[in-house]
Write a protein that binds this ligand. Structure first.
Ligand SMILES: *Cc1c(COP(=O)(O)O)cnc(C)c1O
Length: 392
């Protein structure tokens, strides 16, 4: 075997791939598996975005390398989005960067901020990429516990003094994957103050900022006065416009952090294909009625699943954002034990909460990314799963 770096070979196994293997095994046995584990929309990209892509692909001038920071039209569209939604004025040249998806941007930003051995505070439970990206940067991840009693607000009081002093970076994510928790401005206020006090770079992952329900509008961390000193916010078109495969997102905020990420990226990639950026700009300049249509669909799906869960004794408050349901496992189960039982007895994949960090133990995540009939079927099958039985 050729040499492989310690950073790669010491990465913990990806829990999701274990479930995908079980899914394949069951399907090979003829089981009709319904996968509620996939954290990506099943809905198509709105046609006005596709139309713009197709037009732009035909133009030879669009076949060349993009500027490293992304094309001006895309960065201006991001500025427009922040102006319109948050009344925040951003400079497209120094405060906005196009990304090949926000996952890329977050991972590279972590490497652009941390030195090997540095500490990063990452949310627990949280999106697993944060921990692996810190690991790949040679950094040390410390969990920032989110308090389920306080709607998954960061528990800053219990961050040990040593960790505060050592940390160079902090990551937050609202509306949250996996908990579906949302933040009001006071959470960002407290977080920015903490970041300022300990001079941390604060990364806010806002991948679900436009997927919110019932008139709730997710705030931006950049709305906090002084946020421009510490904060960079990551946005994505993936979940908002059903564009996961297109790979288009953005980073906005602190000029020094944006510049550092831009330097990292200009030595690693050459931004996204221009027609994709232009189609992304089209999406951000739109009236977001396509997003409203998505939300209506998720809302209906959410109602079906919340009711089914209620019938099996799992009560969950309706989330204000994301297409996830985060729920406690029935009494007597571990997260993995319950996920296994639901897969074996109902043929339904749910994600065990501990896949998102130690504090996720005792919970599971359902993704509402299957069509209504399949979701109803999954809900009915889950209702038939007897509590108790093969506990683990
Ligand atoms: C899906 C997701 C992302 C990644 O989105 P891309 O822009 O497609 O890379 C980032 N953060 C969270 C929390 C996500 O769920």
């Amino acid at each position: 075997m050729p040499p492989i770096s310690d950073r790669i070979s010491s990465l913990p196994p990806y829990l999701f791939s274990i479930f995908q293997k079980k899914k394949r095994d069951l399907e090979a046995q003829g089981v009709d598996v319904i996968d509620l584990g996939i954290g990506a929309p099943d809905l198509p990209t709105p046609s006005f975005i596709i139309d713009r892509l197709v037009r732009e692909v035909r133009i030879p001038a669009n076949h060349v390398y993009s500027p490293y920071t992304g094309c001006l039209e895309f960065r201006q569209a991001v500025a427009h989005y922040y102006q319109k939604n948050y009344d925040i004025a951003l400079d497209p040249d120094t405060e906005i960067l196009a990304l090949i998806g926000s996952k890329e941007g977050i991972a590279h930003m972590i490497s652009a901020v941390m030195n090997p051995g540095d500490t990063a505070l990452i949310p627990d439970p949280g999106y697993p990429v944060y921990q692996s990206a810190v690991h790949l940067a040679g950094g040390k991840a410390e969990f920032l516990k989110l308090d389920p009693e306080k709607n998954y607000r960061p528990d800053f009081d219990n961050v040990p003094e040593g960790v505060r002093k050592d940390a160079t970076l902090m990551i937050l994510n609202y509306p949250s994957n996996p908990t579906a928790a949302t933040a009001d401005l006071d959470i960002f206020e407290e977080s920015v103050a903490f970041a300022e006090k300990y001079n941390l770079a604060m990364i806010h992952d806002a991948a679900y900022s436009s997927l919110t329900f019932n008139g709730y509008k997710a705030p931006s961390a950049l709305q906090i006065p002084g946020a421009a000193k510490q904060v960079v916010e990551f946005g994505s078109l993936s979940k908002t416009f059903n564009m996961t495969g297109w790979r288009i997102g953005y980073a906005v905020g602190n000029k020094d952090l944006i510049k550092a990420l831009s330097i990292f990226k200009s030595n690693t990639d050459t931004s996204q294909f221009l027609p994709i950026q232009k189609a992304g700009a089209e999406a951000l300049y739109s009236d977001f009625s396509a997003v409203e249509e998505n939300i209506t669909i998720y809302d209906a799906r959410m109602a079906i699943m919340l009711e089914a869960l209620n019938e099996i004794g799992v009560t969950v408050q309706k989330p204000k954002g994301t297409f996830f349901i985060w729920a406690p496992v029935p009494a007597g189960f571990t997260s993995a034990g319950f996920a296994e039982k639901v897969l074996e007895e109902a043929g339904v994949i749910i994600t065990p909460g501990n896949a998102f960090g130690p504090s996720g133990e005792g919970y599971f995540r359902i993704s509402l990314s299957v069509e209504t009939n399949r979701l109803k079927e999954a809900a009915d099958r889950m209702k038939a799963v007897q509590p108790g039985g093969s506990k683990s």
